[in-house]
Design a protein around this ligand. Structure first.
Ligand code: AHR
Length: 515
């Protein structure tokens, strides 16, 4: 009798054991594309306290700073190896007149930031402050020009001001203290031109793009990489019309995709959510893959040689604003859930690097899915910062296709869409030093997974790892408690005859270096 009971009990555990296993195979000699480092791009907008208080406090601030840039934020970004920084918007870009932001700071005009909460913009952070910051960080600037409310002449002169050696604009720049031109490669011709950037129809915008970009010239060897303002999410017609009518006149075409809960007029709380919300969010985040495939297939029809790159220059989570913060400033907290949205999305981007050259998570400090949050002189690094920190080894690495089998979870939601969410996400690549890097995310909130990795064409000799996880999925780093979620050493990977065996904790992100 006892034996029968034991047998029945064992049988009951069998499906769970199977569910909690996953297999991955990686051929380290397989052909893969280089993961452009610009996929790890950031975005700084004149929105809330992203610029003022976040990146910039001014030289006279009591907050420790170098030439006006706050030291704590600067050092954290330097550590993250930011490859490219987009500026000044977003919606702000099509309201921005660059001449307001040059010359002596005390005489720059004060204006209302009509896009974002009606805050006073004093223009103390302008072209010089931005481009000098990029030089100090060692990253490429990505400047978004105003085609919504600005003139062709204004845009054309801005390029001249930033990049020409000689001429009246170069002269003006020199008067303002900068002798040498800056190097500016990425140049956005408008932002969300279908919406806040001018409410245009795609046919009309295609012509606007052609006209404005004609006057964005290359001066003394600086070659602009011109990016057309692309679609939002599922607007495939926008991509089609631009590919047909702009074609090779653009170097890049942008796309925006945000992960929101989008239910009943609310975007959902950043910190208060249940299991159903969590899995639904994972599904929504993974929905980016279908969206990418469809935009890419349209681009492939018109541009089979892949001369035009796809630039996902806004992505990330967008939750309800944090209670008690200024309306229109889009300040939100950032939990372990956000870190998983980051790792899952980056895993998807890695698969399409033959078309995707750049992505920019929104935004770098204090707005939406930020790397960093600040309050007066305090700073915290978010779980998303740590996900980017773990993943920085993938910048410039050679992607390796993987085969992954794992349990899927069906998510049925009152929100409408049913989604299938794989419990494991993974990516593998050979980094710039020649080492194998494997990232694994376990989105299962309750169960650890035993992951078997089969390696072809490699005999592993050593494996080291780092992990990002938390006790609760809604854990976050606050100004009073800044170290709740942070990277730790990971000891759960063992070398086997054929590869690796990994005990991957629930709700975790692990990156392994295999030699
Ligand atoms: O990231 C916030 C806003 O979202 C950007 O300014 C705009 O481009 C998008 O609608």
């Amino acid at each position: 009798m006892k034996k029968t009971l034991l047998f029945v009990a064992l049988l009951a555990t069998l499906p769970t054991l199977a569910q909690n296993k996953a297999t991955i195979s990686v051929d380290v000699k397989a052909d893969g594309n280089v993961i452009s480092k610009y996929i790890y791009g950031q975005f700084a907008e004149h929105l809330g306290s992203c610029i003022y208080g976040g990146l910039w406090v001014g030289e006279n601030s009591p907050i420790p700073n170098t030439k006006g840039y706050r030291n704590d934020v600067f050092n954290a970004l330097k550590e993250l190896q930011v490859p490219v920084l987009r500026w000044p918007g977003g919606c702000f870009a099509d309201d921005y007149h660059w001449k307001d932001g040059i010359g002596p700071r005390e005489s720059r005009p004060r204006l209302v930031n009509n896009n974002w909460g009606g805050t006073i913009e004093d223009n103390s952070f302008g072209t010089h402050e931005f481009l000098n910051l990029c030089e100090m960080l060692g990253c490429e600037p990505y400047v978004s020009a105003n085609v919504g409310s600005g003139t062709v002449e204004e845009v054309s002169k801005w390029v001249e001001y930033m990049t020409a050696d000689n001429g009246p604009m170069a002269q003006l720049r020199k008067q303002n203290g900068r002798e040498k031109p800056w190097h500016v490669k990425f140049f956005g011709v408008g932002n969300e031109s279908w919406g806040c950037g001018g409410s245009m129809r795609p046919e009309y915008y295609a012509d606007v793009y052609r006209r404005y970009s004609t006057y964005c010239r290359n001066y003394n060897g600086n070659e602009l990489f011109k990016v057309a303002s692309g679609a939002s999410d599922y607007d495939y017609d926008w991509t089609e019309v631009l590919m047909k009518n702009i074609g090779g006149r653009m170097n890049g075409l942008s796309l925006h995709y945000y992960t929101v809960l989008g239910w009943n007029g609310s975007k959902g709380s950043a910190t208060h959510f249940n299991k159903d919300d969590f899995y639904w969010t994972m599904g929504k985040c993974l929905g980016i893959e279908e969206v990418l495939k469809k935009h890419i297939s349209i681009m492939d029809q018109y541009d089979p040689k892949k001369n035009v790159s796809l630039m996902v220059d806004e992505w990330g989570t967008w939750w309800d604003e944090e209670p008690g913060t200024i309306h229109g400033h889009l300040f939100q907290q950032n939990t372990m859930r956000d870190a998983l949205v980051a790792s899952l999305t980056l895993d998807v981007f890695h698969k399409y690097t033959d078309r995707i050259m750049m992505t920019n998570i929104a935004q770098v400090v204090n707005v939406l899915q930020s790397m960093i949050l600040t309050k007066d002189d305090k700073m915290v690094l978010t779980p998303t910062y740590y996900a980017f920190d773990l993943y920085k080894v993938f910048q410039g690495a050679k992607e390796l296709p993987i085969q992954l089998t794992c349990e899927n979870r069906q998510v049925h939601s009152e929100r409408g869409a049913d989604r299938t969410v794989p419990m494991i996400s993974s990516t593998a690549a050979i980094d710039t030093k020649g080492n194998l890097q494997i990232a694994l995310s376990n989105v299962d909130l309750d169960n650890a997974k035993e992951v078997t990795v089969a390696l072809s064409n490699m005999k592993a000799k050593s494996v080291t790892g780092k992990i990002l996880t938390s006790k609760q999925i809604d854990d976050y780093n606050s100004f009073d408690n800044p170290n709740v979620v942070k990277i730790e050493a990971f000891k759960g990977a063992k070398i086997t005859k054929d590869g690796l065996k990994i005990n991957l904790p629930a709700k975790s992100i692990v990156v392994l270096e295999v030699k």
